[in-house]
Design a protein around this ligand. Structure first.
Ligand SMILES: C[S@@+](CC[C@H](N)C(=O)[O-])C[C@H]1O[C@@H](n2cnc3c(N)ncnc32)[C@H](O)[C@@H]1O
Length: 191
């Protein structure tokens, strides 16, 4: 489906986030057959944005997460815009991922790192499961976005985190890109 039709169908919030994600995807420049993991499915905005750009994506969230941020019916939205066939869902714990070392070209953690109890463990696991030269793309809402989320959706939404604090021991290279909603931290394994 054409991206502008998908945006109309899914409406305001999705459409706005897709625009932010699309500008970041242009920076990340992934091959079409990249092996991609999306950590923390939630409403599926990240997974659906990737699929609308013709990427296959494996996504998942913590099994038994009963918080209001989980099990957000991503499948219904993906089906509505006809990309459900590009998205595979499997529940997993980001702090202890059930994947082999070097399984993925890119790991995305979008709007999710601040919801994960042990962010350092999730970062360590992301480093482990990417291939040499693989990337970890962490999108965290900026201060203004956090304000909007608290005002319009979740009054008790946590603060964003700065993932640079988790990279000290790993020393992956880092590029930071800013959009109107997300600060994007694009880490890359040197080899
Ligand atoms: C706000 S949602 C993320 C938004 C989503 N990425 C999107 O694009 O719509 C936060 C997600 O983090 C997940 N999460 C929290 N702790 C987790 C963990 N330890 N392992 C995996 N997922 C976790 C929650 O289950 C939820 O799906």
């Amino acid at each position: 489906m054409d991206k502008s039709d998908a945006k109309k169908l899914l409406g305001g919030e999705f459409s706005f986030v897709f625009d932010n994600i699309d500008s970041l995807l242009q920076e990340i420049k992934m091959e079409k057959n990249s092996k991609i993991l999306d950590v923390g499915t939630g409403e599926g905005k990240m997974a659906i944005a990737l699929a609308l750009n013709d990427y296959h994506v494996l996504t998942g969230e913590l099994e038994g997460d009963e918080s209001k941020y989980a099990k957000r019916d991503w499948f219904k939205s993906a089906k509505k815009v006809e990309v459900d066939h590009l998205i595979t869902y499997t529940p997993f714990d980001a702090e202890k991922m059930p994947f082999e070392d070097g399984s993925f070209d890119v790991v995305f953690i979008s709007g999710a790192l601040h919801h994960i109890e042990d962010g350092q463990a999730a970062y360590n696991e992301s480093v482990r499961v990417i291939k040499p030269k693989g990337k970890i793309c962490i999108f965290e809402p900026n201060l203004r976005a956090i304000g909007t989320i608290r005002e319009k959706k979740f009054a008790d939404h946590p603060d964003a985190v700065d993932p640079r604090e988790f990279n000290h021991t790993h020393k992956l290279s880092l590029e930071i890109k800013k959009t109107s909603f997300y600060d994007a931290y694009i880490f890359q394994k040197v080899n």
